[in-house]
Design a protein. Structure first.
Length: 233
């Protein structure tokens, strides 16, 4: 029986820090190494999960979405995405490159909205079991820099503002600190300085991923990730 499984790489960070740009770059770079990668995103990645995404991001609901509703919808979309897309791809030996995953839930719903981290962890266990990313690239930049890049892109492409983009500076600062706190605690998370020129960002990303090419497949995927010293940011 072939027990080889692919690598699970997630891209995290605030808005406009370059996740979509760099996920495409990594997919092309892996293809040059002869590695097939599936690019996907959260919330979303399947027809059902994309419908949930639409409800989550729509800026103008006639009622305010409760924080717990938002949290449960994130995990509902994730359950579908894991079952229909991520787990089958990994099992077939493909690498999965995912634009956001559970670290975003901890940063946005936990640190940003103030939902209990213990409750988030219970849902994480229920939905993921022991499946965690092998490696997470945390693209970090001052949130105003990301917002202004995203605003420029939105105006170039005529995109609408989503519900999260209407939050205030305090919320985005909490989210950024949440990501940085997680990065200190989890050895799989690598902080990439996303305020640099794009070529420097991509050089740093390759430095992180190159050691993973040595044995392009992993059989340890479902083991829990290693924990670093639990310092504060
Ligand atoms: N959310 C949540 O709350 N909880 C969860 O569990 C999950 C998500 C999974 C949807 O995210 C929202 O869902 C998100 C959090 C929440 N809300 N917010 N904020 P999304 O991923 O769909 O949307 P986003 O985070 O807002 O991503 P984005 O705006 O698409 O940004 P990005 O993908 O990180 O950036 P980009 O599109 O690659 O780059 C933006 C522009 O900057 C573009 O024109 C690039 O060419 C340019 N760029 C990129 N890098 C550089 C550098 N280094 N220099 C100069 N210019 C650059």
């Amino acid at each position: 029986m072939n027990t080889q499984i692919g690598r699970f790489i997630t891209f995290e960070g605030g808005e406009g820090v370059g996740k979509s740009t760099n996920i495409q770059f990594v997919a092309q770079w892996l293809a040059q190494q002869g590695i097939s990668a599936l690019v996907t995103r959260e919330p979303g990645g399947t027809p059902i999960a994309e419908r949930i995404r639409n409800d989550l991001l729509k800026a103008h609901h006639s009622e305010k979405m409760a924080d717990l509703t938002e949290l449960l919808l994130m995990f509902a979309a994730r359950a579908q995405h894991l079952k229909a897309v991520i787990i089958p791809a990994l099992a077939s030996g493909q690498w999965v490159l995912c634009d956001r995953f559970t670290d975003s839930t901890i940063a946005y719903q936990g640190y940003g909205r103030g939902v209990s981290l213990d409750q988030i962890d219970q849902l994480r266990q229920l939905v993921q079991g022991d499946l965690n990313p092998d490696c997470t690239l945390l693209l970090d930049a001052p949130f105003k820099m990301g917002m202004s890049r995203a605003a420029q892109r939105a105006s170039d492409l005529g995109e609408e503002v989503d519900r999260f983009e209407t939050e205030d500076d305090g919320f985005f600062n909490l989210v950024r600190q949440g990501f940085l706190t997680l990065a200190k605690a989890e050895s799989r998370i690598h902080i990439i300085d996303a305020s640099q020129h794009l070529s420097a960002v991509q050089g740093d990303i390759i430095s992180v991923l190159t050691p993973m090419l040595g044995n392009g497949v992993s059989t340890k995927h479902f083991a829990s990730s290693t924990t670093k010293q639990d310092d504060d940011v």
